[in-house]
Design a protein around this ligand. Structure first.
Ligand SMILES: Cc1cc2nc3c(=O)[nH]c(=O)nc-3n(C[C@H](O)[C@H](O)[C@H](O)COP(=O)(O)O)c2cc1C
Ligand code: SF4
Length: 462
């Protein structure tokens, strides 16, 4: 019978399909000469081929025979490391203030504590922690699911990073924390991640729900801080520097009711006085509101805005749905809504001119207030299409019929809500669907990567 991993014995089958490697747990790779000698002695006694230092700062004994595994562990008298499986695999930490002259925080003390709390802790997906004593980040904190970075003012905690086939840099959650505060925040992140029960890395979860929503769910609401910062009594011209060929939420108000939609056609018309223009489809509810009240707001979206957040405003009409039900916003001085989530700057304007252009009206507005809400890169229209693989509805002025796709492997299916086409040869790697997966084999709880519609909203087109 073909051999497989012997996870019950903490052993992984090697490339020769014959021998095994085991990894005893050594927290942070710090061990005494006695432990090192014991590992060397046991490796020698059982004829191991080599001892390999792993990326998680441990020592793998490689090339063991299956029948020796029990005795190897008995002789070692050590626990296996959580090298595989859905759990906290490793807590990697640097020498910190214990040994390194550049260190600003005690990475060893913190790393040992987190290792004791979480090593092997069961979670919906694999999870890695990195603790670095200073911004040099020798423990790779920015590419760990949770990273801690020591600074003179305390710990920085970052979340959602990973290396591997799809590298991702973590988001900053908080800084200037003392040891207890940092541990408390790590605990909140891990508890929240566990609650989701989805077998995807935490970075993917953040891609799906947005970092602002994730922060809110662990009690770090950015929206409140941003709402406090909003100053509608001035025109900060820097807000206008964020206009590109991007994606925006254009909002308005009518009889005290608010509405908003996605628009990609926003541009600055003059500098003195500052004026901006938007092109809005005459069928949209937002059009009706702008016509009536003569005011509109523009919230400039950040590059990392999740697709479902865009779909909420861009593939639904306020006539059918309250788009603000679970969105943080505040009404500005004109009464139009300023979106607080995923927004890097906002502008409010009062209509001074309008021009009918076929299906759309171009509203030109004089800016009444504008401000930058946070640092960040605005979402560009190109990024939305090329990286996010977003689409747009027929009401968008830039709507283009997709070039007819030709199926290379299996049938093509199209989302009836947003027009996205599922191509089995491409799969949906972000949604956990490998290239080559036929539509029929996708799990029922899979959703459209663009608008979040369910699998049953797809129709076969080839
Ligand atoms: C990427 C994208 C870009 C869009 N650009 C515009 C635009 O510039 N102008 C417009 O009127 N509609 C645009 N739309 C369509 C509207 O957002 C959409 O029709 C919305 O459902 C209208 O909502 P409402 O009826 O609540 O106003 C765009 C949608 C997407 C997804
Ligand atoms: S991260 Fe900083 S403290 Fe840690 S080993 Fe590197 S230089 Fe030293």
């Amino acid at each position: 019978m073909a051999k497989t991993d012997r996870l019950d014995k903490g052993a992984v089958l090697q490339r020769d399909r014959e021998t095994y490697a085991i990894v005893p747990h050594i927290a942070g790779g710090i061990c005494t000469p006695e432990v090192l000698r014991k590992i060397a002695d046991v490796a020698e006694k059982y004829g191991a081929k080599v001892i390999k230092a792993t990326g998680a700062q441990r020592l793998a004994i490689v090339g063991l025979k299956e029948e020796d595994l029990d005795n190897v562990w008995k002789d070692l008298g050590m626990d296996p490391a959580a090298a595989v499986g859905m759990c906290v695999r490793s807590v990697k930490f640097c020498p910190g203030t214990t040994f390194c002259r550049l260190a600003q925080q005690d990475a060893v003390g913190m790393g040992l504590k987190l290792d004791e709390m979480y090593h092997g802790y069961s979670l919906p997906a694999k999870f890695k922690i990195g603790v670095s004593g200073c911004p040099n980040c020798c423990a790779d904190s920015w590419v760990r699911d949770i990273g801690l970075i020591g600074t003179k003012k305390g710990w920085k905690v970052v979340v959602g990073g990973n290396s591997g086939s799809k590298p991702r840099i973590a988001h900053l959650l908080a800084e200037g924390l003392n040891d207890d505060e940092a541990i408390e925040l790590v605990k909140k992140v891990i508890d929240k991640f566990k609650e989701y029960q989805k077998s995807q890395r935490i970075g993917k979860l953040i891609n799906d729900i947005g970092i602002d929503r994730f922060k809110k769910e662990i009690g770090l609401s950015v929206a409140e801080q941003i709402a406090e910062k909003i100053d509608t009594s001035r025109i900060n011209e820097k807000a206008l520097y964020n206009i590109g060929y991007g994606l925006y939420i254009v909002g308005s108000v009518k009889d005290g009711n608010i509405n908003a939609q996605i628009a990609n056609t926003v541009f600055q018309v003059t500098a003195e006085p500052p004026t901006v223009a938007v092109s809005i489809n005459k069928d949209n509810l937002t059009h009706e509101y702008i016509k009536e009240s003569g005011v509109f707001s523009i919230s400039i979206l950040a590059q990392e805005t999740p697709l479902h957040f865009i779909a909420n405003f861009g593939f639904n009409s306020g006539r059918d749905k309250n788009k603000f039900e679970s969105v943080e916003y505040r009404q500005g001085k004109t009464g139009a809504p300023i979106i607080l989530e995923n927004t890097i700057a906002f502008i409010e304007a009062r209509v001074i001119e309008e021009m009918s252009v076929g299906t759309h009206t171009i509203f030109v507005g004089q800016v009444e207030s504008a401000d930058v809400l946070r640092a960040g890169t605005p979402m560009s229209y190109a990024y939305y299409h090329q990286v996010k693989r977003g689409t747009e509805p027929k009401t968008a002025p830039t709507f283009r019929k997709e070039e007819p796709k030709v199926a290379t492997k299996g049938d093509l299916y199209q989302c009836q809500v947003c027009g996205y086409i599922y191509d089995p040869s491409e799969g949906d790697p972000d949604g956990g669907i490998e290239p080559g997966t036929p539509f029929e084999a996708i799990p029922d709880d899979w959703v459209c990567p663009v608008c979040g519609a369910s699998k049953k909203d797809f129709k076969k087109i080839s």
